[in-house]
Design a protein around this ligand. Structure first.
Ligand code: PHE
Ligand code: ZN
Length: 874
């Protein structure tokens, strides 16, 4: 029993058993109707277990069974039993054909798992376990079968009928209906199945693979959105080329389809040949999408495309291996984006995301290894740990092996496992065998939760001209794992002389950069024959997902913030300076908000004409409130907010002239190249500092922002100005808020931003405002993007969500409670901030735990939410 009073079934990795039967062919025949869809399934099953089995379990959920036949005969009542999770076939023969007819209800399916009807379209989502909500099946990733599906639907409401693979035949039937039959030649697990029906327009293009095969590219969207698909299409073609060039992998079907929908639980889904996307990662035009929206599209389109090899051709044995496809594919999409854009800025963004989402997860009650040991609802494990930390583990192997050996390992992995369902162990083994290297330490990385802390100490010996570096590692305990072992940590490093140049390192034949491998709990290295004193640049490029305590003083960080030639480390030094100053101001509000070292570093950055504007903007962006809180034993909610505000104001004032100069110099007509994107970013940062610096004045910067809001020729600039105005303490932006809504109310993705910016305003009155937003006519509990825009932004609003009186928590719990009846997956995911209760002071802790208890007591609590609550407060 647990806090929620339920006894959920726990699935354990160690209990894995190969299936006793396999499906060689599955043929589906689906008559689509929003209220009553009928699914007829024909399965060809044969036993693979050596001995006969007493029963064969087929998964099924929320299915209304209409009929069951075995080898053409109605199945006797004594030959099967319906259970809570599906259907048991008793004493099944060695090989047989099973036909089932079921009825399902797509319109009532607000969980958006299985077959659902939303926005006039029929869509499916089968990962992880949605297929069992369509028909009875062996719904597990190690069951690979060839799929055929025939869709029937009314011609007028559903002129377009799509599924995986190739369209084999179409026809019309009576009553204004038509049908289409699709066949996927590649055996696949059910989680990669998809079908779509609706009134969709299509944007077409073509791609010629390296070996000369023509692939039809098709993006399906609403008619009025056909003009907003260029970024998605370009990104797709770039991703296809990149995978050929970097990994030697070609696409393997004659067409690649992407469908966009407003109703989707996640970002996108890699169904074979028929990706289904959250519209957020497909649609963009300069007027409606920001630069970061464009970048999001590029990376998610690539991510789903890359899954065709890492996920689909080679798939998972079981869900514990999830990071085998997700961590690897995130690594691949990050590298793709780094090649398309600026590598340094890309890495900073990736690490920022890792630290914002994964580090806190790894430090709290929801911590779990990249390869988890147990779950009750697999949907709860699509986490930053499985995705982002998983990508870091692959990246470390890449760092240690090097480019060419890593590619050799990938080649062997594909050669061995194409068409199979495999494990993380198989991946590591391929990397080892291809290169005769021992990577056994990485098995510990996959199995051990928690973020290692690496402590570095070093000293220069002037008499010997040598530098000694000592590194120490320790991983804090996590739930269920009190004792941790050392893991292999690649530490990319260089030594800089007092002019900021890298010095040659004798131990590595005079190279000026190397990767140290810290494998034990403590190790030392000695660098001899140095030309003079040096400053170490450690963990360059963030070469391992650890917390580094470098024991350098402010002067050293100030030096590195100016001179380090590794962009990540230069940025990191700047962040370190800011964090230190902020923590001092949090501890003592009379401390100067802008200490001299930081001020000099900012001045040097502003004066450096060499830095590219995107990187410059990164350097000058202060760490977020959450990240500052992460560095404290107890998060001081209000003091952090005040300190950061104060630092913004001080930097705004002190450098008012520079910010004004940048704001005017960087003005330019809209263009989409990388340099222009960086300039916009820096210019909008300048505006933010100008507004912060002005304090209460309604002159100057506010006027600029109003002007920018009205005159902008793109959404990046318009939204930046809108956000500054809408979240300004002393400025009444009612008119702007109204104007924004009126201009964009027909664009759901833009209206999501409108909701989110209001829910993120850092003032007590925001709670009331959010209550209003939830009853706004444009709010819809069934659309995850909309719900996330309001409740997700609210829970990420430090001073409002964590209001000292607990009002934020109470309100939030009520909304999650409501959402759980509609969409359990999204409710469970949104609820995770409550798990961080241990990080706050006693009154807040109590209020957060009370909120968890309120949720735990909800009648009809979903398995998804129950698991999050139970693990948050065991
Ligand atoms: N597999 C998807 C991805 O590319 C994510 C996803 C998981 C989508 C579950 C829907 C449901 O990362
Ligand atoms: Zn993925």
């Amino acid at each position: 029993m647990n806090i929620s009073g339920s006894k959920a079934t726990v699935i354990r990795r160690g209990d894995y058993q190969a299936p006793s039967y396999q499906v060689s062919e599955i043929a589906l025949d689906v008559r689509l109707d929003p209220d009553n869809t009928e699914v007829h399934t024909r399965l060809q099953l044969h036993r693979i277990a050596p001995e006969p089995v007493a029963e064969l379990h087929l998964d099924g959920e929320s299915l209304e069974l209409l009929g069951l036949q075995r080898d053409g005969q109605a199945l006797a009542e004594s030959a099967y039993r319906l259970t809570e999770g599906g259907l048991l076939l008793l004493n099944p023969p060695e090989a047989f054909i099973l036909e089932s007819r079921v009825r399902i209800h797509p319109r009532a399916n607000t969980a958006l798992s299985g077959l659902y009807h939303a926005g006039g379209q029929f869509l499916t989502q089968c990962e992880a376990e949605g297929f069992r909500r369509i028909t009875y099946y062996l719904d597990r990733p190690d069951c690979l079968a060839r799929f055929t599906v025939t869709l029937h639907a009314p011609q007028d409401s559903c002129p377009v009928l799509l599924a995986n693979g190739n369209c084999m035949a179409t026809g019309v039937e009576e009553g204004g209906w038509h049908w289409a039959r699709w066949e996927d030649p590649y055996p696949k697990p059910a989680y990669l199945f998809a079908m779509v029906a609706g009134d969709l327009a299509v944007v077409r293009d073509r791609y010629r693979t390296a070996s000369g095969r023509e692939v039809a590219l098709e993006i399906y969207v609403a008619e009025r959105d056909t003009g907003a698909c260029a970024q998605a299409m370009d990104s797709l073609k770039h991703a296809m080329r990149w995978d050929e060039e970097v990994y030697g992998r070609e696409y393997d079907l004659n067409r690649y389809m992407i469908v966009a929908t407003d109703s989707f639980n996640m970002g996108a889904m890699e169904n074979k040949g028929l990706n289904i996307f959250n519209a957020k990662y497909v649609l963009a035009s300069p007027e409606t999408a920001t630069d970061s929206d464009y970048q999001g599209i590029e990376s998610v389109i690539a991510h789903e495309y890359f899954h065709n090899w890492t996920g689909n051709r080679v798939t998972l044995r079981d869900w514990f291996q999830l990071s085998l496809k997700e961590g690897l594919t995130v690594f691949r999409d990050q590298e793709f984006s780094a090649d398309q854009n600026s590598r340094g800025v890309q890495r900073i963004g990736d690490v920022r995301r890792l630290r914002a989402a994964q580090f806190p997860e790894d430090a709290g009650p929801l911590a779990h290894p990249v390869r988890p040991d147990a779950y009750s609802e697999i949907n709860n494990f699509y986490t930053a740990t499985v995705y982002e930390k998983g990508a870091e583990l692959v990246r470390m192997m890449h760092t240690l092996l090097g480019n060419v050996p890593f590619r050799k390992g990938m080649d062997l992995y594909f050669e061995r496992h194409d068409g199979h369902a495999v494990t993380i162990e198989d991946f590591i083994a391929a990397m080892e065998d291809a290169n005769q290297r021992d990577l056994s330490g990485f098995r510990r990385w996959y199995g051990q939760a928690g973020t290692p802390v690496v402590r570095a100490t070093g000293s220069y010996d002037p008499a010997r001209h040598s530098y000694t570096l000592t590194l120490h590692q320790e991983t804090p305990a996590t739930p269920g794992q009190p004792v941790k072992e050392a893991v292999p940590i690649p530490v990319r490093m260089a030594l800089l002389n007092t002019q900021g140049q890298r010095v040659p390192l004798e131990v590595v034949g005079g190279a000026s950069e190397t990767v140290l491998l810290l494998e034990q709990s403590e190790q030392s290295w000695n660098f001899a024959n140095l030309p003079g004193p040096v400053i170490p640049s450690l963990l360059r490029g963030f070469s391992a997902p650890v917390r580094l305590q470098d024991s350098l003083d402010d002067d050293a960080h100030g030096f590195l913030a100016r001179h380090d030639d590794d962009p990540f480390n230069r940025w990191e030094s700047m962040q370190d300076l800011a964090v230190k100053a902020l923590l001092a101001a949090v501890a003592d509000s009379s401390v100067a908000p802008l200490p001299i070292t930081l001020r000099n570093a900012v001045a040097a950055t502003l004066a450096d004409r060499q830095v590219d504007p995107a990187f410059c903007a990164e350097l000058l962006t202060l760490p977020g409130e959450d990240y500052i809180g992460e560095q404290m034993p107890v998060v001081a909610v209000e003091a952090i907010h005040r300190a950061r505000d104060g630092m913004m104001r001080a930097i705004g004032r002190h450098f008012a002239k520079e910010w004004t100069g940048l704001y005017h110099d960087l003005a330019a007509a809209y263009q989409r190249d990388g340099l222009s994107i960086g300039r916009r970013r820096l210019r909008n940062l300048a505006l933010a500092y100008l507004i912060a610096g002005e304090g209460n004045s309604r002159e100057g910067a506010i006027l600029h922002a109003r002007q920018q809001y009205i005159q902008a020729d793109n959404m990046t600039d318009r939204l930046a100005a809108f956000q500054l105005l809408a979240q300004h303490r002393h400025h009444d932006a009612e008119d702007v808020i109204l104007d924004f809504y009126q201009r964009w109310h027909e664009y759901p993705l833009v209206i999501d931003k409108w909701f989110a910016i209001q829910a993120a305003a850092p003032y007590p009155k925001t709670l009331r405002q959010v209550e209003h937003l939830l009853v706004h006519p444009a709010f819809d509990w069934r659309v995850p993007n909309r719900v996330r825009a309001v409740l997700g932004a609210f829970a990420a609003n430090p001073t409002v969500f964590h209001a000292a009186d607990g009002s934020g928590y109470t309100f939030f719990a009520e909304q999650i409670r409501r959402l759980d009846d509609i969409n359990p997956q999204t409710a469970a995911r949104l609820a995770t901030p409550l798990s961080r209760w241990q990080r706050y002071d006693a009154p807040r802790q109590q209020a957060m735990v009370t909120a968890l208890k309120i949720l735990a007591g909800k009648p009809g609590l979903s398995r998804d939410l129950a698991e999050v609550i139970q693990r948050s407060h065991p």
